[in-house]
Design a protein around this ligand. Structure first.
Ligand SMILES: COC(=O)c1ccc(CCNc2nc3cc4nc(N)[nH]c(=O)c4cc3[nH]2)cc1
Length: 375
């Protein structure tokens, strides 16, 4: 399922390839987020145009609306969304935590109030697995608890023990209900927790590796912690994860953070940030982010960035600024496309640099230019 193709001699960065039910994914890779079955404002043809190999969907949202049985009965998520490349689905725990009201965590699962119609619902490891099987995603995330940041060490320890018990229940469900081999099988990733404590991160990683999954995510990051805590959580988890399986840092991050994480051996990334900030007029460039609604761009006939895709580079900053100020929907679409292209080029360039054995040089020069004060 996963093959390491090249390792950088001077850091933990590696280049790999994942063979999934709906196609091949080159790593390191950025995964655009399509929470409700759509990467906001973009058509699947545009996602292919910008080279997206895999997108992310959310169990919580699709279960609540339209319902996983509806999607299953209509041919599962790839057919429903007309996206024939890989999809990874998150398991719902984090989304309940960040969206639902009146959440109550018990050993059984998470009880909460549906944020759409207020009805009371319960999500369990088994139901999360059933929903993701119905969606037919290529990679299903195990049902975990993402502890809040900050939290007491005691809470983090109890929480990771729950995550491990839930991982075991997911494993039992998979062994009972899922085909072991053959094409089109769904892969499952465990999620390492343990908050900011190195020994808890090791404990969580070891317990999940013992249960043996197809890949491992580092959870409990990008939850408001300082950047150095985020880096340490990864550094304290990666050494206990198998070298020959994919590693996925959930919910991050900025371009510099992604490159720092690749240097620490992370292969997969997702974040709503590029598409969310696009809808507020923030565009990524090699010289750092710009806010297109700024008066400075009123007569700026340059494209957003010299590395912009032709699909967007044909428009000037002045024109896109005008669209935003005029409330034109095309503005949201152009910047969403541009920002995703920027993140996909970032990971494509990282793959190239790893193959050439000069990833650190690539990382340092990218970050230097990206963070220098703009002239
Ligand atoms: C403008 O920027 C934004 O809007 C924006 C919004 C949210 C995030 C944070 C996303 N962070 C995040 N997503 C996550 C998803 C997760 N899923 C599971 N199952 N377990 C986790 O432990 C987990 C942790 C996460 N951390 C980052 C950026």
């Amino acid at each position: 399922m996963f093959e390491v193709l090249a390792r950088d001699p001077s850091c933990n960065a590696r280049r790999g390839r994942m063979e999934l039910a709906h196609g091949t994914v080159e790593t390191p890779i950025f995964m655009p987020v399509g929470t409700q079955g759509s990467v906001k404002t973009l058509h699947p043809d545009e996602l292919e145009l910008l080279g997206s190999q895999i997108i992310l969907g959310n169990t919580y949202h699709l279960w609540l609306r339209p319902g996983h049985e509806v999607i299953r009965d209509l041919g599962a998520l790839h057919k429903f969304a007309s996206w024939d490349r890989p999809i990874l689905t998150d398991s719902g725990g984090f989304q309940v935590w960040s969206l639902a009201k009146l959440r109550k965590i018990t050993d059984e699962g998470v009880r909460f109030q549906n944020h759409i119609d207020g009805s009371r619902m319960m999500l369990t490891p088994e139901l999360s697995m059933e929903i993701q099987a119905s969606l037919g995603s290529d990679i299903a995330m195990l049902f975990d608890e993402c502890p809040p940041y900050p939290c007491e060490r005691k809470y983090a320890e109890k929480s990771l023990d729950l995550t491990t018990r839930w991982a075991k229940r997911c494993k039992d469900w998979i062994e009972k209900n899922q085909p072991r081999s053959g094409e089109g099988i769904q892969r499952h990733f465990g999620i390492v927790q343990g908050s900011i404590w190195a020994d808890l991160r090791e404990k969580s990683a070891r317990e999940l590796v013992n249960l043996d999954f197809d890949g491992y995510a580092i959870g409990g990051v990008s939850v408001g912690e300082p950047e150095e805590e985020m880096m340490k959580a990864v550094e304290h988890s990666v050494p206990f994860l198998p070298e020959d399986k994919p590693r996925y840092a959930m919910g991050l991050g900025t371009p510099p953070q992604i490159l720092e994480m690749i240097g620490r051996g992370v292969d997969m990334f997702d974040c709503v940030m590029p598409t969310r900030v696009a809808r507020h007029g923030q565009a990524f460039t090699l010289d750092g982010p710009i806010h297109i609604k700024n008066l400075a761009y009123e007569r700026d006939e340059r494209p957003i960035c010299e590395s912009s895709h032709p699909h967007v580079a044909r428009f000037s900053r002045a024109y896109i600024r005008h669209l935003f100020r005029a409330g034109e929907i095309l503005a949201l679409r152009l910047l969403s496309f541009h920002n995703l292209h920027f993140f996909l080029r970032l990971t494509a360039n990282a793959r190239q640099a790893i193959s050439e054995g000069n990833f650190l040089e690539f990382k340092e020069s990218f970050i230097r230019r990206y963070t220098q004060a703009k002239s």
